[in-house]
Design a protein around this ligand. Sequence first.
Ligand SMILES: [Zn+2]
Length: 97
Amino acid sequence: MEKHYFDCQCECGEHFVRFVLDPKVGDVWTEVYLRPQPWPTRLWNAVAYVFGQRSAFGDFDCVFLKPEDRDRLQQLLARAARAAPKWPPAPLLGPTE
Ligand SMILES: [Zn+2]
C-alpha cells in the first residue's frame, strides 16, 4: 500500500488527509485525522447527537488542498484508474447453440 499525505493550506497539524492506494487493483481510500477530545466532551457530544443537537457550523471539518498538490492528487487518481479493472466489465458469453 502506498500512503500519500496532503496537508491543509492552513498548515495546522490536525488538518491533513491521507490517501492510500493499492497499486495492484487501483483501490483508493482516504483516512482523516479525528481530533482527540477528553472523555467528558466525547460523552457530551454523543448525548447531544442522540438528541439531535446540531452544531451551527456543521459536524465536519475540512482540508483545503494546496494548489501545488493538485497535480500530485490527479496523478495518484490516474494511476489508480489505470490499475483498476475496466468498468463496466466485459459481458459474460453464454453457451452457444
Ligand atoms: Zn486547515
